[in-house]
Design a protein around this ligand. Structure first.
Ligand code: NAI
Ligand code: MG
Length: 484
């Protein structure tokens, strides 16, 4: 299609020093799980086993929570705030120094293109530590009460789509606010969290301030239900988010929940179409569409729909699918066999319900988990592909006639995490942003992130915010101004 072929440009794996097995990181040391159990993590692009990691159960969770409690009461909550800040700066700098190593390990374990782990995940993770390092000694001036206090020991559970970045979103604000943590990475992507544990050792972080326990949903539930946890911070599916909310409903535990999304990307007829095409592609095909705020519902004004679709198909034909370690790859591997099955299952309902599927011609590798970039046209609001989170490279295209109809369709979802607005008119963008029920709204761009900007949702997209001053608030108590 393009006329030019790209020569392969593979990133070297040599820098990734992945051990054959890892224990749990508890109290500043790697220890074997009490039950002696472990499980493999694989490279989803090749199905090769990368390493075996420990499987934590209740006993290990108890040890990790105890170590976090001791570190909280004896060390971290007593330390002058500016000293805490120094550790965060140190961690941020080490992440920068070891960025290439982290990017390679992330891509091998997750399947995302090296271009994205190198240029987005790792730099943003370091940025979150730099940003929150700055807050550590300024909490009294954050407008969250005169002397806000840490909540205590925080249990943190993260998903597999942005493993190190989600770790940074969770750990950086928690530590800056004076909390200690027990973090559980997702079962398919534990390696960068374990590498991060080594960074904590390298930074001389006091033992027990960060504990990392690997395992599955049962491990996660044990953390949620531990009686000495003060707060749960979770990112993942709405289903598990609801289960967590139920489990803690009778306790004093607080929670922030970052859940699913089905974001509308609204293209008005006065938009700069070529730019909008780039935004649509970035919105749904970035990170294989494994993005909670992905622009997975394209809403195009009817009079420009033909032009948008024609240009979109042309652009999609240029997406390079394949080896995530190749620096030219745009779309990497689907993270797991389970996720690939889920993408197939939901997408197949699109065919069954009468929508029209289109994918560019592309050769998928024979090993590993792959799904081609796909769009569905002729989608109506009642179709499952317009309602459920597919969490893959699949875009549902709907049309609207008037701006008011566009907004109504955009808001017709149980989610409300993000939205995009494409228009030439500032007044229309502001008008639309005001009507859209979504936590983050991008105008004439998509998927832009910054540690200073709060992120979170309406409705079933979750509770609370992460990032910025709003995110810090979730890790502090006594937010009400004291009257003395
Ligand atoms: P999940 O919600 O099951 O997993 C996320 C994390 O929660 C993992 O660390 C997992 O081990 C843990 N977990 C699972 N069950 C738990 C429980 N009962 N208590 C505590 N922790 C538990 O997500 P999964 O199964 O990997 O993906 C399913 C779907 O969820 C995806 O297709 C996608 O639609 C959505 N999802 C959304 C994410 C987001 O960023 N909003 C991230 C991951 C998945
Ligand atoms: Mg893996």
């Amino acid at each position: 299609m393009s006329g030019f072929e790209y020569a392969s440009a593979p990133e070297s794996k040599a820098i990734a020093n992945i051990a054959t097995s890892y224990g749990l990181f508890i109290g500043g040391k790697f220890v074997e799980p009490k039950n002696g159990k472990g499980f493999n993590t694989i490279n989803p692009a090749t199905e090769e086993i990368l390493s075996k990691v420990g499987y934590a159960d209740k006993l290990d969770i108890d040890l990790a929570v105890k170590s976090a409690r001791t570190a909280f009461t004896k060390v971290w909550s007593k330390m002058p705030a500016k000293e805490r800040g120094k550790y965060l700066y140190r961690i941020a700098r080490i992440l920068q120094e070891r960025a290439r190593e982290f990017a390679v390990v992330e891509t091998l374990d997750n399947g995302k293109p090296i271009r994205e782990s190198r240029d987005t995940d790792i730099p943003l993770a370091a940025a979150h530590f730099f940003y929150h390092a700055g807050w550590a000694d300024k909490l009294d001036y954050a407008g969250l009460g005169s002397k806000p206090k840490p909540v205590g020991v925080v249990g943190q559970i993260i998903p597999w789509n942005f493993p190190l970045l989600m770790l940074a979103w969770k750990i950086a604000p928690a530590l800056a606010a004076g909390n200690t943590v027990v973090l559980k990475p997702a079962e398919t992507t534990p390696l960068t969290a374990l590498l991060f544990a080594q960074v904590c050792q390298q930074a001389g972080l006091p033992d027990g301030v960060v504990n990392i326990v690997t395992g599955d949903g049962i491990t996660g539930a044990a953390l949620v239900n531990h009686s000495d946890i003060n707060k749960i911070a979770f990112t993942g599916s709405t289903e598990v988010g609801k289960a967590i909310a139920r489990s803690i409903s009778n306790t004093k535990k607080s929670a922030t929940l970052e859940l699913g999304g089905k974001a509308a990307n609204l293209v008005f007829d006065d938009a700069a179409i070529d730019e909008a095409i780039e935004g649509i592609v970035n919105g749904i095909f970035f990170n294989q569409g494994h993005v909670c705020c992905a622009g997975s519902r394209l809403l195009v004004q009817e009079n420009v729909a033909d032009e948008v679709l024609e240009k979109l198909k042309k652009r999609m034909s240029l997406i390079r699918v394949g080896d995530p370690m190749d620096k030219n790859t745009d779309l990497g591997a689907i993270n797991s066999a389970e996720q690939l099955k889920r993408i197939h299952d939901i997408s197949n309902t699109g065919d069954a319900e009468g929508a029209n599927r289109w994918s560019p011609e592309c050769k998928l590798p024979s090993k590993g988990y792959w799904y081609p970039p796909t769009i569905f046209t002729g989608v109506s609001q009642s179709h499952r592909i317009a309602r459920d989170e597919i969490f893959g490279p699949v875009l549902s295209v709907l049309t609207f006639r008037t701006p008011a109809e566009g907004i109504e369709k955009a808001n017709n979802t149980m989610y409300g995490l993000s939205a995009g607005v494409w228009s030439d008119k500032g007044s229309k963008i502001l008008w639309a942003a005001k009507q859209l029920k979504a936590g983050v709204i991008w105008s004439n761009t998509f998927n832009k992130f910054d540690p200073a900007s709060p992120f979170g949702g309406y409705k079933e997209s979750g509770w609370g915010r992460e990032g910025g001053r709003h995110g810090l608030a979730g890790y502090l108590t006594s937010q009400v101004k004291e009257s003395k």
